[in-house]
Design a protein around this ligand. Structure first.
Ligand SMILES: Nc1ncnc2c1ncn2[C@@H]1O[C@H](COP(=O)(O)OP(=O)(O)OP(=O)(O)O)[C@@H](O)[C@H]1O
Length: 285
């Protein structure tokens, strides 16, 4: 039976030398829920995604996928089992595809890795759902555009009908014209397939459009989380306000509306944070 929690992190910490990339992170994503994770560059979002995918070990705390505990060092059998339950799409999804492969081979790969028989009907349906023409099935990846490759990366991730999809900045590397297309593909697929989605992004418009709940990371911690409409409508934490302010491109006169009603607490001390500290990679001029 499926656990009602697709993903649970309890007090997860991870350091790279003196850098505390994750600091006591607690997070639950329910089945079928879209959880948006936002935060400035370097706050730990990708590290969190990599720990959830067990591409990285963590120092302390526990992670559960679909109610089952994840070991920090899973054996091969366990990796295979978990590969059926969760999948990831990276920012450079296109870069993770072998350009010499045919589209069919890319889509079959997850079946090969997990030892499942290939579901041809699923492959065709996925291509269509990702708005890729069925005629592309026999084409070499080298002949596809960036947007088509990113949609193929999404199709590959969903080939095994995972319960949990982690998408780490899935639109950041694309032209603005393609970003909306890909976001719509995500939203359609999530609504019809019902997988839980951990969606990491700098683009607050995308997160606001797709996510049910949003978490804000700062310095390796989740400093605020709330339902999407509440977080954007009534942000509480100064850092959330700073992020939203940066996204709104507020002018000097309006910055006071958003920032520094209270200083941010970190390591027991209070720290001033200004808009200049917010690195906004997804900014569109
Ligand atoms: N392999 C690594 N070795 C050393 N430090 C690392 C490593 N990976 C990440 N870090 C550091 O850990 C912190 C968190 O990095 P992470 O990539 O998780 O942030 P992020 O929020 O995903 O950033 P971005 O939005 O720029 O992708 C950063 O200070 C980063 O420099």
């Amino acid at each position: 039976m499926r656990d009602e929690q697709a993903l649970r992190l309890e007090h997860v910490s991870k350091a790279y030398g003196s850098v505390q990339a994750l600091d006591d992170v607690c997070l639950t994503i329910h089945q079928g829920e879209v959880y948006g994770l936002i935060g400035e560059s370097g706050c730990g979002k990708t590290t969190l995604a990599r720990c959830v995918m067990q591409l990285e070990t963590w120092d302390e705390g526990s992670i559960w996928i679909d109610g089952q505990p994840c070991s920090k060092k899973p054996n091969r059998t366990r990796r295979r089992e978990l590969a059926k339950k969760r999948a990831i799409v990276f920012q450079e999804g296109a870069a993770s595809l072998d350009r010499k492969s045919r589209v069919r081979e890319v889509l079959q790969e997850p079946f090969r890795i997990t030892g499942r028989p290939v579901d041809e009907a699923r492959l065709k349906a996925l291509l269509a759902r990702c708005r890729l023409d069925i005629s592309l099935m026999e084409r070499s990846c080298a002949t596809l555009s960036g947007g088509q490759l990113q949609r193929l990366a999404i199709a590959r991730a969903l080939a095994l009908e995972p319960d949990l999809l982690v998408a780490d900045e899935p639109i950041a590397s694309l032209d603005v014209s393609l970003q909306a297309q890909i976001v719509n593909v995500f939203k359609d697929l999530q609504e019809t397939e019902g997988f839980a989605l951990l969606l990491i992004g700098h683009d607050l418009d995308m997160i606001r459009f797709v996510a049910d709940r949003v978490g804000v990371m700062y310095g390796g911690r989740i400093v605020e989380q709330a339902r999407t409409e509440d977080l954007f409508g009534d942000p509480r934490h100064p850092h959330t306000k700073a992020l939203i302010a940066a996204a709104l491109h507020v002018d000097e006169a309006r910055r006071d509306d958003f920032l520094f009603e209270q200083p941010i607490e970190k390591d027991g001390a209070y720290e001033e944070v200004s808009l200049e500290h917010v690195v906004w990679k997804g900014k569109r001029s």
